[in-house]
Design a binder for this molecule. Structure first.
Ligand code: EZ4
Ligand code: CO
Length: 398
């Protein structure tokens, strides 16, 4: 079997998605997600100009060899653009192999370790009443766990709260930030949520890398009475040593990794058990092959999976995640933000979301298709993530 062509499709049925479609001489095709929010076209160029020419003529069954040749052969390793491109190839080849086997991908990964995949959804509000409405809406949709984000008194606009208008437009929207105001308000928000919804509701929070380690340590301590499932991205984790300080001071579970691209980013965090959940996406971590190795490494330290699943992971990337979730033993939880109705039409899929749980379905391969005609009717639209500035105008982490 040989790869005869590979094409990159960019479509925007609500937001931008980059998809690689690999074609073989036997007519079997495979799909992979290469979406990198705000830097989509860099990955398109990497794939079209530097990866596709190397793929044509190779055997699609040699997934590990292809992965290693793309990773090591480029000389320039790691980084989100490179690893998103390699991820798309890896996932497309797994799709092809599973289709040839006539099995859903999870069967090739060892088979099901559970009946269904527990998810969490996103609730947010600019204030407490709006937040409560949003939590009720997620509960009505069946979500068994909920990520809570709120506005901060004195700030006009906070990322992840309400409509994600910040992603629209050709220039980044500027959002304001005040860490002191945030640290004072968040424990009060969780106190109000616990009083309204009781002790059993599974609650999470994403701090979006905005705190220093000592601030993160304080927030983790302040949130302990509210029994969070996790506190996510409490501090920018390039400084891995900083997590030692956070860990020493709080028993609030920690989740990190959505911006990580390789296992090397996790060496200290996993090796010293400084976190409880690894958050990398199939799409940004080089695909199913390396993510599975990460989960095996994490399992040795009692750390569980929590694959990143925001709106900007395409249904192709979601499908790959759900197969892995079903198969691995140390599954923790799957983020599932869902997609627009049009996105589901562009990417018809076998996976299902029922009562807050996902299942990859039984279709051979990933169980996903791409309606190329509909995709081409919704071309790329420039869009950037927002930037954060402090009151004096200084750019802030996030
Ligand atoms: O900000 O996917 O946990 N989810 C998140 C996401 C990320 C976006 C970045 O493109 O933090 O909303
Ligand atoms: Co996050």
């Amino acid at each position: 079997m040989k790869i005869v062509d590979a094409r990159v499709v960019v479509t925007s049925p609500g937001r931008n998605f980059v998809t690689l479609k690999v074609e073989t001489d036997e007519g079997v095709t495979g799909l992979g997600d290469a979406t990198l929010n705000g830097r989509e076209l860099a990955v398109v160029g990497y794939l079209r100009d530097h990866v596709v020419p190397l793929l044509v003529g190779t055997d699609p069954h040699r997934i590990e060899d292809t992965w290693q040749s793309l990773y090591r052969g480029a000389y320039w390793r790691r980084g989100p653009v490179t690893m998103a491109a390699i991820a798309a190839v890896d996932v497309a080849l797994w799709d092809i192999k599973a289709k040839v086997a006539g099995l859903p991908l999870y069967q090739l990964l060892g088979g099901a370790s559970r009946e269904r995949v527990r998810t969490y959804g996103h609730a947010s509000g600019r204030d407490i009443p709006e937040l409560f409405d949003s939590i009720r809406a997620r509960l009505a949709e069946g979500y068994p766990a909920i990520r809570v984000q709120t506005g901060v008194p004195g700030l006009k606009r906070v990322y992840g709260v309400g409509h994600d208008a910040a992603a629209d437009g050709a220039r980044p929207v500027v959002e304001d930030w005040d860490t002191g105001a945030y640290l004072r308000s968040l424990p009060r928000v969780f106190d109000a949520v616990r009083q309204e919804f009781g002790p059993e509701l599974v609650l999470l929070h994403d701090a979006h890398h905005r705190l220093t380690p000592i601030q993160a340590a304080r927030l983790g301590k302040d949130l302990e009475p509210y029994d969070l499932f996790w506190l996510e991205d409490c501090t920018p984790a390039e400084n891995q040593d900083g997590l030692r300080l956070v860990r020493r001071h709080t028993t609030t579970p920690l989740a990190i990794g959505e911006v990580f691209n390789t296992v090397f980013d996790y060496q200290t965090l996993v090796g010293e058990q400084l976190i409880d959940y690894v958050r990398s996406a199939v799409t940004h971590f080089g695909g199913v092959s390396p993510l599975r190795k990460l989960f095996d490494f994490a399992a040795q330290h009692q750390i569980k999976s929590a694959i990143h699943g925001p709106e900007d992971i395409s249904p192709v990337g979601m499908a790959a995640a759900i197969h892995l979730d079903l198969a691995i033993h140390n599954f923790g939880i799957q983020e599932y933000a869902g997609h627009t109705a049009l996105t589901h039409e562009v990417f018809p899929h076998a996976y299902t979301f029922t009562d807050g749980y996902l299942h990859p379905g039984e279709a051979p391969g990933l169980g996903i298709e791409l309606d190329e005609e509909l995709a081409s009717a919704h071309p790329y639209e420039p869009a950037y993530l927002p930037v954060n500035r402090l009151q004096d105008g200084t750019i802030h982490d996030w």
